[in-house]
Design a protein around this ligand. Sequence first.
Ligand code: F6P
Length: 569
Amino acid sequence: MTSDLDGTDGNTTDNPDITATEAWQALTAHQAQVDSLHLREVFDADPARGRELTVDVGDLHIDYAKHRVLRETLDLLFALAREAGLEERRDAMFAGAHINTSEDRAVLHTALRLPADAELVVDGQDIVTDVHAVLDAMGAFTDRLRSGEWKGHTGKSITDVVNIGIGGSDLGPVMVYQALRHYVDTPIRCHFVSNVDPADLVATLADLDPETTLFIIASKTFGTLETLTNAAAARSWLLTGLDAGTDAVAKHFVAVSTNADRVAAFGIDTANMFGFWDWVGGRYSVDSAIGLSVMAAVGRERFGEFLAGFHLVDEHFRTAPLEANAPVILGLIGLWYSNFWDAQSRVVLPYSNDMARFAAYLQQLTMESNGKSVTATGRPVTTDTGEVFWGEPGTNGQHAFYQLLHQGTRMVPADFIGFARPTDDLPVLSAHGEADGEPGSMHDLLMSNYFAQTKVLAFGKTAEEIAAEGVAPDVVPHKVMPGNRPTTSILAPELTPSVIGQLIALYEHQVFVEGAIWGINPFDQWGVELGKTQAIELLGVITDAQAPVAQSDSSTDELVRWYRTQRGR
Ligand code: F6P
């Protein structure tokens, strides 16, 4: 594929005000009609929906029947997507148009997972060749690391890799490393340091030996305060621990970045730098060289399977009709609740302990992308944007916040993610260690909770049903389970490298769908900049006892005064 959009701006034609369109107004009217419908009635009237409102993509089986949508609702949502030009915008992204308008960049994370024989030339550059050259370099490096051939300054092989990065240069690698725990086939252990709170680095380094530790400094810009501060502290720890000069750095530090000059200025040999490109957003970069720690842990073949999982969903998103397109359907349903039901958030509930960091990962992906108040051309938006994502693994959440999901006043659409085959399993035993008569294993117990929760959330239990069980009348209202709470069920055979890639791509493209309809640019993040510069300015005030405290508003000044007093300044 060769882009005919090279160098052009794929997004200069602003959306019409989407809320002023007929498609939007039709959805507003439709919502009023279905507002009081209960999922019990919806299923009674349309019993086939459990079988038909599902979509399979790759290894993912996705059920969206337990949503407060009729088939008519879906048709109206697809019409809205067409009105917003979703298909054209999607095609522009895949072709490499500069849809990141405020930074004048292409958005090509999908190119990171193209197979080596694909073709994509954008802005005169053969993207696929570039991507695979870096993958090969990563493979050669991680082979040497994993085989023990790569030696530290004192001639010992590496036992511990510490990835220092933050945001997209941390959340993806740490999440995937945990998720693929069962695929780690090397004794080398990976650690992840992100926070500028020194507790993070100190606690991580406490058990490590400088002779056998290698640091990956992961930063797209190589200008991020937290990462450079931690990297400098790590270098000092290394050189002190080895009692060595700066020539030891080359054996213990590699970089992942788009900025070779800054990498060199930090003192890392650019021969040990793995590059990527400005068309990869930080939160879309775990499948670039930013995933180097993951490749070190699972090897280049498994990393290739991970990329193939993304690609499979990319192809589905690129080619499937909207009506059968999983990211489109789920993105539209997310938007339906956000904009037409005033839902405040979406909860993501992996029934997999190995996916404990998935919600944190999605928070950056979705909220840094779509938390915008102006359209791609700078007009104020006219509706809410940016779903708020949160979540915890099941069943832990059941004993914490599910009470609000079941009986609270807010509607919180929930994504349940589960697996048929476990990564670990144990028999269910009694306290005395005997099989306790329950059928199945602990994994079956986990998954029976998954199915029970989605069922109870949808269908609940009525006052009549509760009273019929002999519950005292004054207690009945407390026990009523309203139901009618929407969920998506996502199932896969097992948590493999490919499946985690598929899941990430499924959410990446939902973000795109929602962003396209809102007419915003999901690929910049200007909102994080002001806090960074003001932190630097305030650092001078909180550390310099001579600096006048009165710099700012009275609240911040008083807080600074209190802090300085506590610190004896
Ligand atoms: O501050 C936000 C952010 O720019 C994210 O978008 C990014 O993932 C993170 O910081 C880290 O940036 P970098 O990889 O350039 O260090």
